[in-house]
Structures are given as structure tokens and as C-alpha cells.
Unconditional design. Sequence first.
Lengths: 78, 516
Amino acid sequence: MSRAVQVSVAIDDRFLDRSDAVKNELQVRGMSIEQDLQAVGVLIGSVDAARLDELRGVAGVRDVELVGEMSISSEDHT
Amino acid sequence: MNKKNNKSNGSNGTGRAERAPPKAGEPTGRYIVAFRDDVFAEGIAALTEATGLSVFSAGDASSEDAENGAIVFDKLGVAVLDAPPEQAQQLMLMASEGSSPFLAVEPERYVEAFSELELEPASELHEDAPVSHEGQPANELREGEEQNAERQNDESQNDDAQNDRSRIDRSQDEEAPSGELTVHAEYLAGYRDSVVALVDRLLAKSKGEAKPGSPSIELPSATSWNESQFTWGLQATRTQATTATGAGIRVAILDTGFGPHSDFTGRAIVMRSFVTGQTPADGNGHGTHCTGTSCGPVAPGKKPRYGIASRASIYVGKVLSNAGSGRDADILAGINWAVENRCAIVSMSLGRPTVIGERYSTVYETAAKRALARGTLIIAAAGNESKRSLGRIAPVSAPANCPSIMAVAALTEELTVADFSCGARNGSGGEVNIAAPGVGVYSSIPRSPFYGRKSGTSMATPHVAGIAALYAQRTGARGAALWRLLLSTARRLSAPASDVGAGLAQYSPTARPSDE
């Protein structure tokens, strides 16, 4: 049984002016879009892990990556 | 730190001081200035102008001259002078200018104090003796040096050594004939060793033989930092005296949030939390520390001054929780928010470790490239996963490993790369682009005592962000032009570019953007 994963999607430069079409196609392939970061051409959302490759195949999608975690970059506090 | 060197520990050349024999590594209280070959006369003139000291040729100097003036050894192209640390630091900064007639300025130190009968060939002495250790507290010795000093003390129990010591002691008690310069053997030996060490390092540098991690010769050593007025980070980046303030420039700090902190009362700060369930207030302290370094005020409630772009408009995006971690989704949303708000600079003291061979994130790179094209420069911490003391250099973290994000390494107070600072182990964006102060950095924290020191590439990053804001204000540079300006004005260090990139980030009040 598969599970939902959070993803970030980078839209290709050539499709930035047609991002609505790209978003529609992503939704058709199972992505739930939570944020549209238009200033940088990135979408945030979730999808069933088994359908990740389907998203990568959408015209206008540069890449799809799993959302991970980051942390502060300091060593100590004296 | 950086008190005026204790002259009671060093011979002053007159033989009047009552004190214990100097130990290897101790500063004498004087400074050595090496002049560039082709501008020696200009160098002497500049030295006189900068210090107000009279200049005497070594052969003509009286003992009084030796105490109150600068003694020039014209055959060596070197001068020795007694100057207060603040003045010496100014000379060191002058030496860091490419057009300066000064090649280097360093504290004069004792290395070995032998009698004249024990003098060895300089090259042999240099190899065996602990020479000119920048970065070491002025009145401390390394462990090995302590052992050497102890061993010398033991050896001094033998008759020959006792005789040699007696000769030195006698020379201190003897009156010099009028007008004649009395110079101790130990002074001469210490002076000689300092000059030899300096010349050797200069020659090694010119041949490209400087060892990775060795300190720069162009900048003050750790013993020169005086934090009574400004943090060492502001001094090293040359941002403490500029009239640029970053006014009108929006700087986004994507971190654990901000404040509250009284040093920022009345300051316009736009804050937004991207962390579900948490306000923008900083429940960690990391974000407030970074904000302080990049945008802290000219006159904080308690000295030293720690902030660079004192009038920049602060945009605090809380993308990391109070626990210090956050999701890519929130960080990307923070970047998007900063670009939408026309922030010229985004400072991100955050990251995720990478492994050898790992490629950068396409999503982050895409976002950063578009941000850059829209005039927003993203500056990020290179990461802290190295253990250089154990031989481990970890690759630059994500997202600093993106080609369109400026990766910042951390430097120690000795201007060597910090033990933890990541290095260029992966190509294609995995380079270190620049370096900045990142050890023992003093800045604001949002709870009592409201100031503290932290270490990390996190602390180096906001130094670069602050400098970027100054440049953005003064020159109008944005995006890639601002990137180039930061790199072109960085001070080269002897550490390899894989560790420090273009070198120490510094502000130049006269630099202009290139036409590229």
C-alpha cells in the first residue's frame, strides 16, 4: 500500500507563462497543490508516492523532489 | 583580548627593565613592518605619516631612538617600531591593501632567546624553533612550546647554559657608553627569528607553498583583535567604520525567527512565520543572533557593536521551528516571500548534510536562479559537518551547494578555516564561494543576558549578507552583479579556495560593480 509524500515541483522556464496548464496536469496525475510559489516558479504539494514518476512526466515539469528537512548551521553556544 | 603587549616581558633594548627572561612566542610589544621592494621610500613616508614616529636608520639609532621611534633596517626592507595595538592594527589594514607600500605588519615575538654564542644558522633555527604563531594568544604557548620552554629551563641547569645566561644578565646591568645602542643578545635573537619567520612565510607564499589552513599574512593576527568597540567579525570584514548602512535595502533572514530584543526597538521589521503553529518570535536564539550580525544597530545597548547593515530593512521569515529545524516547503516559501518583497539579499544559515557525489537540488537551484535574475541574492551556510582536526572534510551542505546560491565557509579568529567548516568535495555547485568570521561570534540573543557567542557557518553567513547590503545600498548592485562584487573584493587567504572560496568577505568603500 502506498503513502502520500510531500513534494516540491520546479516548473520549466518555457512553461512559466503557462503554469496553470502545468498545474492542471499535475492535479490530474494525483498531486494536491498546497502552495504556488509564483515568484520562483515552484509548486508545493503532496502525492501518492507511487505516482511520483507520473508527475515527472508532465510537460513543463523540470523536476520533482521529496520535501525534506533542514536545520540551523551553528555548532555551539558559549 | 588583545591587550597592549606586556612590555615587561620583553627586552626593550635598553637593559633597564626588571623582568623574567622572555619565553618563546611572547610578543615583545613592538611590531615588524616589511616594505615592498620597489616602494621602500614611500613606505617609510607612509609609516611616518601613519604613526607620527620618527624614523631612524638602525646604524644611527641611539638607545633613546630605539625606544621612541621606528628603527629601519634598510638592507632588509624592514622596520621595527613601538606602536599601540590600535595603531598597529591600522597599519595591518593598510598592508592588506593591494596598493600599500607595506608588505606585511606583524607583532614581533620572541622565538628562542639564545646568547650570541649559541646563534645557529637562521634556516636551522627556523625549522626547529616555534616561530610567529598567529592565532595564538599573545601570552600563551602551545603545548609543545611549553615543553620546549621547560626543557630549556632544565638544560639551563648545566654550566654552559648558566654561563650564557650570566652573560646576558650582565649585559643588562652594564651602562652603555653615551650615544651607543645597547642591544641584548636575546633581543637580537628574538628579533632575528621574527624577521626570518616573516621572510620565510612571505617567500613560501610567493612560491605558492602556503599550507592549507595557514593564516593569511595580509591581515591582523588573532592577538590584534580588540573587541572593546567592535566584534572581531566587523573588524575582519572592515565594516566597522563605513558610512554605508544598508538603508533602503531589504534583507531577509530565513531562520528561527527574531526577538524580541531591545537593540532593535523602533526598527522597522517585517516578520512572517512559515512554521505551522509558531509565531515569528524566536524561541531558539539562532535567528536573532544571525539578524544581529547582518543588520544590528550602530549603538547597541552593550558594546561591542556586532551588526553590519545597521539601517537595512529587516525581513524576518521564520522557516525553522524553535527547535531549529524546518521543511523544504517552508524554506522555499520563505525564499518566494523574500523575492516577492523585493529583498536584495536572503541570508540562510541553515542546511542539510550531503554526501560525496550528491548533486544539488534542482528545485532549490531553479528557485535561486530565478531569484538572482529578479535581483535577490541568496547567501547560505556551507555547513558544519567537517572534523578537519580528524582529517574529515565534509562536502558543502544543501542548499548552499546550488550553483546559484553563495556558499559561505567559517573562519576562526586566526583567519584559518574553522574545524567544522565544510569544503568543496563535490563539483557543479558544491564549491565554497566565500568565507567570513564564524567562530566565537558575538551578537544578540532574545533572552537574558541578551548577548552571546555562537560558532558555525551560520554565523559566517550573515556577515556576508550584511556586507552585501552595504554594497547594494552604495552601488545599486543586485543579483549576479552583487555576487561578483562580493567575490571580487574578498581578501585572498592562504587557505585553498576549496575551503574558503574567494577568501575573507570584506567591504571596500570604493569598489564598483563590474560591467559583466
